[in-house]
Write a protein that binds this ligand. Structure first.
Ligand SMILES: Cc1ncc(COP(=O)(O)O)c(C=O)c1O
Length: 485
């Protein structure tokens, strides 16, 4: 979207704004303002764009200009719009909001909000002891300048060991430490994708990866995943690599975000072979690889099938440990790591030494920490599934064998409307279209099971109430006009 949204475009985005839940008691201008806030909240309407003039929007929506004037006034009062006489009105968010990992904006001060927009756990209890131990180690580094573009050697060694333990012999020279997996992706794209280059991604996929591709102005093609079964369709996936020969393919084979699918070994092998034949680099995001649940056996890493340095693996500490650490990494060939380090000098130079030392201590304790995380996630997932089964039995869910999210198929194309309505009852959602490119996926909703079970159950109960309201407000649209005679 450009920096200005025209009346007809906004009208299309607003859809059936006048028939949304919560409408029964509110006047038109308040419903319109609420619908605009909803679009901002789920990222469909970006921040900093100029809204159409009042008259233009009134015409596009076929409502009176007074209604639009009052809606804009309310949006200004709630901090969602900034206006300057003669210059127009821009979208914004109130000062007390922050960006969640999904790109959604969430208020900091809303204690009662159950945030299902973020798929990440709170920190484990071992974090504070690890941080204390790291400060004891710090003096060893204080005599140097502290810039380590590929990371401190002890962390690179620890990460390399974890790959070797997974059956993929890896040396420290093949590891570059980054400030999170997202940073790893951004650096890899700088190296491997010229602006405007072609990328193949799964659909649905991780929204912030799409944002990274958009930043490179990539031409994006999608491979659609099935909600159930295997997820990937081997013929279609291999066929589109062979036919479209993208410069790069981005895959999340281990408990894919958002669907939770796990790619089987044979498809991993075939994908690497097809990528090699097509001249495609594979970027494999292993964010969730440590989180198989129910003892699910793990297939070999995708890079285990790579003999031509076609596969770049990225991963990090955020999902098994804590997102606030901001520690991730790239596993590639040693020359690629050197090129990444050279690119990084123009970006952020290096990651903080102290944080890397914390990561070293956490990795030393990984078996105990990760085992506890898996048990916690399995219990929370089951509580969520039970609640959905009891309160929203028409939604179809496949039990994810790992990771932190499930991908629910709803009983209609209602994901965005549901997310807007849920906000009013204190549940923040990431609706299906956030995980795709073109506003589709309205029949789907990602539900993370990273919050405590009681909060998940409460969230489902609020969603069930809102779902019921959606039906009732939808029915109102079809009411026959009454004749007065
Ligand atoms: C698939 C995937 N990649 C990358 C990230 C970002 O991870 P990090 O916090 O390590 O930057 C996430 C976080 O949700 C993710 O789900």
């Amino acid at each position: 979207m450009t920096s200005q949204v025209r009346g007809a475009q906004l009208a299309r985005l607003l859809g059936h704004w006048h028939a949304l839940p919560g409408r029964r008691r509110s006047p038109d201008y308040a419903a319109l303002a609420a619908a605009v806030r909803g679009l901002l909240a789920d990222g469909r309407l970006p921040l900093g764009v100029r809204l159409p003039a009042e008259r233009e929007l009134a015409e596009a929506l076929r409502i009176s200009r007074t209604t639009v004037t009052a809606a804009y006034r309310q949006l200004r009062e709630t901090g969602h719009l900034a206006s300057r006489r003669g210059a127009g009105s821009w979208t914004m968010l109130p000062g007390t909001h922050r960006v969640a990992s999904t790109g959604l904006w969430t208020p900091l001060d809303d204690q009662d909000m159950i945030d299902l927009g973020v798929a990440a756990l709170a920190a484990p209890p071992q974090l504070v002891p690890a941080a204390r131990a790291a400060t004891e180690d710090l003096p060893r580094y204080l005599n140097g300048a502290g810039y380590h573009p590929t990371g401190i050697i002890e962390l690179r060694e620890a990460v390399a060991r974890s790959y070797t333990d997974r059956g993929l012999p890896t040396s420290a020279e093949q590891i570059m430490v980054t400030s999170g997996t997202q940073h790893a992706l951004d650096l890899v794209l700088r190296l491997a994708l010229a602006p405007g280059g072609s990328v193949l991604v799964e659909s649905p996929t991780y929204p912030n990866a799409l944002a990274a591709f958009a930043a490179r102005r990539a031409r994006i093609a999608t491979h659609g995943l099935a909600a159930d079964g295997l997820g990937w369709d081997p013929d279609l996936l291999l066929g589109s690599i062979r036919q479209t020969r993208p410069k790069l393919a981005y895959l999340i084979p281990d408990f894919q975000n958002p669907t939770g699918h796990l790619m089987p070994a044979d498809l991993r092998e075939q994908t690497v072979a097809a990528a090699h034949a097509a001249g495609t680099d594979l970027v494999v995001d292993e964010s969730f690889v440590d989180l198989p649940l129910d003892g699910t056996p793990m297939p070999p890493p995708v890079a285990a099938y790579d003999r031509h340095s076609r596969v770049i693996s990225i991963g990090g500490m955020s999902k098994p440990f804590w997102g606030g650490l901001r520690i991730g990494w790239v596993r590639a060939s040693a020359p690629q790591v050197q090129r990444l380090a050279a690119a990084r000098v123009g970006v952020d130079m290096a990651s903080p030494v102290l944080d890397q030392l914390v990561a070293v201590h956490l990795l030393a304790d990984a078996p105990a920490i990760v085992a506890a995380r898996r048990a916690q996630l399995a219990a929370q997932r089951d509580a969520l599934l039970d609640a959905l089964d009891a309160r929203l039995p028409d939604w179809r869910v496949t039990v994810p064998p790992g990771g932190v999210t499930l991908w629910a198929e709803l009983d209609g194309p209602i994901s965005s409307a549901l997310a807007r309505a849920a906000e009013d009852v204190g549940v923040r959602l990431a609706p299906g279209p956030r995980f795709g490119l073109d506003g589709t996926l309205e029949r789907f909703l990602r539900l993370p099971f990273t919050l405590p079970a009681a909060e998940l159950v409460e969230a489902v109960s609020r969603l069930a109430a809102v779902r019921y309201d959606l039906d009732r407000s939808a029915r109102r649209q079809w009411r026959e006009a009454t004749v007065i005679a």
